[in-house]
Write a protein that binds this ligand. Structure first.
Ligand code: AMP
Length: 148
């Protein structure tokens, strides 16, 4: 039986320490399939989650700050994996929905997610892996990532 060859894979990374296992698996599959690899990180900015005790300096744009930090992490990861700058994406929105939307936009044939990662508020709504599995129109590989 021959191995299914994927042409374009999307890996959703949360930049947690656990994500290393996922990233290593994605790079390995990319090489085996000679596939294109796209990276996605979603900044899930929920203004109401920060509005409580946090007092921000006048003019401080928290959303922009989160995007800047994510862009730096994405750039470092992309360099390390040899992913072209055009294939590195940082988006703002709901994580599950954004992964599905970007996967559709790019027409990928495989989405890779970790089956465990950072939770935060999203844990109350169900895991990212589950919502991606439920909504995806292509194959999904949920890579078991050990808790660090
Ligand atoms: P979780 O359901 O939050 O435990 O996350 C499981 C997996 O979903 C992670 O290993 C990532 O593959 C993906 N994921 C979670 N959060 C994000 C994020 N902010 N951006 C991109 N992918 C994410």
């Amino acid at each position: 039986m021959s191995l299914t060859k994927y042409a374009h894979m999307l890996v959703a990374v949360d930049f947690s320490a656990e994500a290393e296992t996922l990233v290593a698996r994605a790079a390995q599959l990319r090489d085996q399939c000679a596939a294109r690899l796209s990276l996605l990180h979603v900044v899930e900015y929920l203004p109401m989650a920060y509005s409580g005790d946090l007092v921000l300096p006048e003019g401080f744009d928290l959303e922009q700050e989160l995007l800047d930090v994510a862009a730096r992490q994405m750039s470092a990861l992309g360099e390390r994996l040899g992913v072209e700058p055009g294939d590195r994406r940082v988006e703002i929105g709901n994580t599950g929905h954004t992964i599905l939307r970007v996967a559709e936009d790019l027409g990928v044939d495989l989405i890779l997610v970790g089956s465990h990662g950072r939770h935060g508020l999203a844990a109350l709504l169900g895991s990212t892996a589950r919502s991606v599995l439920n909504g995806a129109r292509c194959d999904v590989l949920a890579v078991r990532v050990p808790e660090v």
